[in-house]
Design a protein around this ligand. Sequence first.
Ligand SMILES: Cc1ncc(COP(=O)(O)O)c(C=O)c1O
Length: 386
Amino acid sequence: MTTELRRRFLLDPGVCYLNHGAFGAAPIPVFETYQRWQRELERQPTTFLTRTLEPALADARRELADYVGAGADDLAFVPNATTGVNVVARSLRLEPGDEVLSCDHEYGACDLAWRAACEARGAVYRKVGLPLPLTPEGVVEAITAGFRERTRALSMSHITSPSAAILPLDRLCAAASERGILTVVDGAHAPGQVPLDLARLGADVYTGNAHKWLVAPKGAAFLYVHPDHQRWMGSAIVSWGWSDCADLLDHSDCSFVHRSSWQGTSDPAAYLSVPAAISFHRTYLEPRHGECRQLALDARAQIAERFGCPPLLAADMVGQFVACPIPCDDPAALHDRLLARHAVEVPVFPFGGGVVVRPSFAGYNTREDLERLLAALEIELGRDRT
Ligand SMILES: Cc1ncc(COP(=O)(O)O)c(C=O)c1O
């Protein structure tokens, strides 16, 4: 389990860690960069926060923008994708009777953000049920059949949380924009797991985490907004960045990035470490993407065969993590037994009327990790190898 690459992470060497998808994990050199920034700040907080920070953040933002294929002025740092979705949901000027469309594979906290924003404005947050097993065609058909006269926005994950499915976003964005529907993408799992070219993807708004698959320290994410939509986009809080806006309601005369810049005194070290994370990812993790994806596909096939539960989605929708149905009545107890008895950390949760186990295969995972998961599942689910 402890390969050379695994030793470059801070993860407990005694645990077979198959849950990178939940919170990421930062490698030691990236974490050291993060701590260096924190020490530099604390050495002279005034100089750091009033002089050093702004140009350093602009450099980090430029590198991240390049990495995701966006213009540097079209992307602002936010602490996490949940904040990104909240900013959009609260900024969108919905009218009573308008609708925001989504699906039943979305992340729960973001569902709540949209529901709260819609309820505050008398609008409707409607979720389309996607047909299982998922296929790209099935997703496009179900979503486009769900468009209505009053659908103002389509909000979808790039890679879903409970089903770990890469959705056909380019087709969804094209179909929505043809009808004048705003596209908002929750890309929490995408940066570092799939190549991103936001300028070509066609999404109007896209939020993504650097602290998951791009291995930045916790608290590093971004919100991209196409120039056509920056005028109405607010920020998580109103602070000094808004001081140039003559009209705080309209705020079209000050830039989106500027409005999002100073968000009160906080620790910017995670944002400033993003270039180190990109560099680590390019050198050590990107080259292992194919092997990791193969492990995910093998997990999907092996679990389906050993436990008699067909896969949730088509193989071409699988990236570096995979949600596999299993015969289990008590997901929380199974999770705890896998950890306590086998030192395997893997999420197990209810989904789609059953229970799924969702192993992640990050660059530091190996085939032995997959074998250990399979052996532990066989013991705990009481099945013999067939
Ligand atoms: C699809 C999706 N969106 C949003 C989030 C939230 O990410 P964060 O906690 O970094 O805001 C997650 C977390 O796993 C997720 O899976």
